[in-house]
Design a protein around this ligand. Structure first.
Ligand code: ZN
Length: 348
């Protein structure tokens, strides 16, 4: 099959479009003919090389996959059949440990992400444990189905489960044009909160408003802390949803009002953040670390997508062989929504 691989860590020039052996389908796995695969920042970190992910080389990235079932494993007894359109929950867990049995599968000690610890969807075919494969809702194209899983399950875990956003609360979503940002804005809206978001480019302001943000701040031109204070009559926001890390951390904490919650799931601008502990306790703030989301949450949000309550925002699509250009667009931060690779024809 054709795939985009990298044989050593480095820049986008390390991505190679080449012929590789097709994956073998395990007894409880499903082989998917990939139609679309969305990019995530994890793809870039894995290509560059990060110590927390030990991966075998050559590697095929791609966490977010939609496609058509080519073949089911020998002992698979479920309802999915060849020819069916599907999308994939990218978090893989053992299914048997205490955490998995308690429904906290994203805390599983052997948790893996498709396209990280195992080969992913920058390829014509990918094999996935059957328990991670779900029918693609009929109202989603393959591109939308690929754009949806990772950022949606992550954002739902942050906004609904950890942030526990309540009607009437004010939520600050940092980086509203990112995949997570686009989903977090819609989710906070769905939970009837007031949504303030930030973007880095002027052309993203209107797009964020269309998604449901009540106020959009440009963090390259405006003082976020002062603007938040003005917009909240000095009270600060109730919840901050952020994935940018170091560069914004202090401003995020300073934007929170008393009893505020900060939920973070990333560190794209740097991993070392510092803050004044006195500020943390005197304001009674809570900081949540968030990583992916659970299978139950995935089922919940898939229903929301199926009933058009969540929209999958696609910035651009590229054929698989242009994965290098696609990753460069992500690195430029010009995208609003997800960047998606397409493989073969893409009609549902
Ligand atoms: Zn487990």
């Amino acid at each position: 099959m054709r795939a985009v691989t990298f044989h050593e860590h480095g820049g986008t020039e390390k991505l190679i479009y080449e012929e590789v052996p097709s994956p073998q389908v395990g007894p409880e796995e499903i082989l998917i003919r990939v139609k679309a695969c969305a990019l995530n920042h994890l793809d870039i970190w894995l290509r560059q090389g990060i110590p927390s992910y030990k991966i075998a080389l050559p590697h095929i990235s791609g966490c977010d996959v939609s496609g058509v079932i080519e073949k089911v494993g020998a002992t698979y007894m479920g309802h999915l059949t060849p020819g069916q359109a599907v999308f994939v929950m990218p978090g893989l867990s053992c299914g048997n440990c205490d955490e998995c049995l308690a429904g906290k599968d994203n805390c599983c000690a052997s948790y893996q992400i498709l396209g990280a610890q195992r080969n992913g969807g920058y390829a014509e075919y990918v094999n996935v444990p059957a328990s991670n494969v779900f029918p693609l809702p009929a109202n989603l194209t393959f591109e939308q189905g690929a754009a949806f899983p990772l950022v949606s399950v992550t954002a739902w875990h942050m906004v609904k489960t950890l942030g526990d956003v309540q009607p009437g609360e004010t939520v600050l979503v940092m980086g509203g044009g990112s995949g997570i940002g686009c989903m977090a804005i819609q989710m906070a809206n769905l939970l009837r909160a007031r949504v303030i978001t930030t973007v880095g480019f002027a052309d993203k302001v209107e797009k964020a408003k269309k998604l449901g943000a009540d106020e959009v701040l440009n963090h390259s031109e405006e003082n976020i802390v002062e603007r938040i204070a003005a917009l909240t009559q000095g009270r600060g926001v109730n919840i901050v949803i952020e994935h940018i890390g170091q560069k914004v951390w202090e401003n995020c904490l300073r934007s929170l009002g008393r009893g505020g919650r900060l939920v973070t799931c990333g560190a794209t601008s740097g991993q070392i953040a510092s803050f004044d502990v006195r500020y943390l306790y005197s304001r009674q703030l809570t900081i949540f670390g968030s990583y992916m989301g659970t299978r139950d949450e995935f089922v919940e949000i898939a229903r929301l997508a199926e009933s058009n309550k969540l929209r999958c925002i696609i910035d651009s699509t590229y054929p698989l062989e242009d994965a290098r250009t696609a990753q460069e667009r992500m690195l430029d931060r010009k995208n609003f929504g997800k960047i998606v690779l397409t493989i073969g024809t893409s009609e549902t």
